[in-house]
Design a protein around this ligand. Structure first.
Ligand code: ADP
Ligand code: MG
Length: 241
């Protein structure tokens, strides 16, 4: 289980202090698809970065299966970032000069040294092609980001996030730059991958409508998280009925 417990974070620059998180907590259970909603500037990205070891909290603890991970340094931190977590961002962060396939392979280039890469490249390519097919881009593997639509670029970014078979997929406004129809298909894709690939998903969004389609909605407000009351949807009814 991935737990963030009473996280505090203040950004400081010169004499200006911006308190962002003032006791935000979240327990992410294996296999679930949880969303964090809140207004722009409420600290959602900050919180997701802390959950995924991309930043360090001022106070509070982040733990994974009972082990603290918030203050890891060096190789331990790199390994965790590269293999335990997969990240998806609003603006895709694909490298413009690389094909979809090479973008998806990037985490493996980084994880393997040059020599080790050479020996395993066929297996990595096979895995990357499989993931591109999984997200509906099997025919587009040669295409560069500029030859793809926003939705397609996000699909490629999602395939890349899964290359190292992470336990957690952390998605920061993955639909923020897409029209609502395309955004819906991206969330559906995340749901399918959550079920079929057994990857636990934490999605940050300011779109409550999209969040309602996930297992659990957590609201970020005033630097703290609160759980939304679960609507009596079909899932709930089938549990009691
Ligand atoms: P959200 O993702 O909910 O829109 P963020 O976590 O990005 O919110 O930002 C929360 C607040 O922290 C905002 O007021 C933002 O301006 C501020 N902030 C974010 N990153 C930094 C930074 N590196 N330095 C200073 N202030 C920051
Ligand atoms: Mg944000």
């Amino acid at each position: 289980m991935l737990i963030a417990d009473t996280i505090h974070k203040t950004y400081r620059k010169h004499r200006v202090a911006v308190p962002v998180l003032t006791g935000a907590s979240l327990a992410v259970h294996p296999g679930e698809f949880v969303s964090v909603v809140g207004a722009s500037g409420s600290g959602k990205s900050t919180f997701l970065h802390l959950l995924g070891c991309l930043d360090v909290p001022d106070a509070g603890i982040v733990s994974l299966d009972g082990q603290r991970i918030d203050h890891l340094t060096g190789r331990d931190r790199d390994r965790l970032r590269n293999t335990t977590f997969g990240y998806v961002f609003q603006f895709y962060h694909l490298l413009p000069e690389l094909s979809a396939l090479d973008n998806v392979l990037m985490p493996a280039y980084i994880a393997e040294g040059v020599l080790s890469w050479w020996g395993k490249r066929a297996a990595w390519r096979k895995r990357a092609m499989g993931l591109l097919e999984r997200v509906g881009l099997g025919q587009r593997w040669r295409h560069k980001p500029r030859e793809m639509s926003g939705g397609e670029m996000q699909r490629a970014a999602i395939a890349r996030s899964l290359l190292m078979n992470p336990r957690f997929l952390l998605a920061d406004e993955p639909t923020g730059n897409l029209d609502s129809e395309t955004g819906d298909t991206i969330v559906k894709l995340l749901r399918t991958l959550n079920r079929d690939e057994k990857v636990t998903v934490v999605m940050v969004t300011h779109n409550l409508e999209l969040a309602r389609g996930t297992d659990r909605v957590v609201r970020m407000q005033g630097g703290k998280t609160t759980e939304e009351a679960r609507p009596a949807g079909p899932k709930f009814l089938s549990l009691v009925g």
